[in-house]
Design a protein around this ligand. Structure first.
Ligand code: NAD
Ligand code: LMR
Length: 343
């Protein structure tokens, strides 16, 4: 899909607009941090009826920001209307988990949300629509939405693992006393769950192999296996414990970066991580929505087919893909998959 001309406004639909992440996202989108400082935006906010008034209040505050790029703000409780003409969809609205829960336990509460929204996107989205699902369990919710939108190219449905990517980058910087900006080519594979696979095999710190720099700081395979991977994979739970609620501003930031890079490209020489429909590469069953290292350019993402998986990463990824397949079976058996998933 061609990018619209530089000054055309972009229609952005944000679900869960009165929730925590919605609130942390909207003002930055209005300020041009997602689509660029030259790109007007039309915001469409979706909430459930009981939170509609709070969303209206957020809309008033968005007016009060007097954002030069903000062309309009509209509030809806009907997904069909909210997604009419959508070009960038941030699907945030859904319940967060509490202490001691796994994200997959949210499927019962959240799955149905994404059936209705997928159908609404199918009905009214613009031709160049791009969707990122933030609501958990994000990969499988994205699968549900895509299955209800058979007329939208499958690759437009993605889920957020950028937060995991950022967490991995930050941990590597901390462990080696390096600037965050010097860490590149980190990968997150698989599910946005405890089974995710943070991969440093191809990472670089200050232009050198990360494994080498880590070794200089006394951190070898044991540190990667026993500290780094569990730290990143369980960071969401750690935030819930320490903060008393699931991550908000870091999640909003990651969602903005995900959509920004998808539309505007990843930096030269680096890649990022996105959960996207598998094309069957790296042993991930085609159609599952799995995190991969991707490069983005000209408004599209491409799964990195060049990186070779180390044995350990491959084994871990196999387990994460098994979990994704199980989640898909769980939602299939609950009748949550739409026409695309049934074929
Ligand atoms: P929150 O409870 O503060 O806000 C959720 C909002 O969604 C509420 O205002 C609720 O009314 C609204 N909502 C519920 N059903 C809706 C529907 N059908 N349509 C529109 N809006 C609806 O929660 P939060 O902290 O903003 O988190 C939102 C979701 O994001 C959770 O599922 C959380 O687990 C997830 N999350 C994902 C990541 C990630 O990296 N993928 C990171 C953090 C949080
Ligand atoms: C996160 O990774 O912080 C989010 O997915 C919230 C959660 O439940 O962990």
């Amino acid at each position: 899909s061609a990018l619209p001309a530089a000054t055309d406004p972009v229609t952005v639909t944000v679900t869960g607009a009165a929730g925590n992440i919605g609130y942390a996202t909207l003002f930055r989108v209005a300020a041009g941090e997602m689509l660029g400082a030259d790109r007007p935006v039309r915001l469409r906010l979706l909430e459930i009826p009981s939170s509609l008034e709070a969303a209206e209040g957020t809309a008033l505050e968005l007016q009060d920001g007097a954002f030069p790029l903000l062309e309009s703000v509209d509030v809806f409780d009907d997904p069909v209307r909210a997604f009419d003409g959508v070009q960038a969809g941030l699907l945030i609205g859904s319940r967060p988990r509490g202490p001691g829960m796994e994200r997959s336990e949210l499927l019962e509460a959240n799955g149905a949300i994404f059936s209705a929204q997928g159908a609404a996107i199918n009905a009214g989205a613009a031709e160049d629509v791009r969707v990122v699902v933030v609501g958990n369990p994000a990969n499988t919710n994205a699968l549900i939405a895509a299955s209800h939108a058979p007329d939208v190219p499958l690759e437009r449905f993605t889920a957020l693992t950028r937060l995991d990517h950022h967490r991995a980058v930050a941990q590597l910087a901390l462990a080696t006393g390096s600037p965050v900006g010097s860490v590149r080519r980190v990968s997150i594979w698989g599910n946005h769950s405890a089974s995710q696979v943070p991969d440093v095999d191809h990472a670089e710190i200050g232009g050198r192999p990360a494994l080498e720099v880590l070794a200089e700081h006394g951190r070898g395979r044991a540190w990667i296996d026993e500290e780094f991977i569990p730290r990143v994979a369980r960071r969401g739970a750690e935030i819930i414990e320490v903060r008393g609620g699931s991550s908000v501003a870091s999640a909003a930031h990651a969602a903005i970066c995900h959509m920004r890079d998808w539309v505007r490209g990843t930096p030269e020489g680096d890649w990022t991580s996105m959960a996207v429909p598998s094309d069957g590469s790296h042993g991930v069953q085609e159609g599952l929505i799995s995190s991969f290292p991707v490069t983005c350019a000209a408004g599209r993402y491409d799964i990195n087919h060049e990186v070779k998986l180390g044995d350990d990463v491959e084994n871990r990824l196999r387990a994460s893909v098994r979990e994704l397949a199980e989640e898909r079976e769980a939602v299939r058996s609950r009748g949550l998959l739409g026409p695309r998933g049934r074929s």
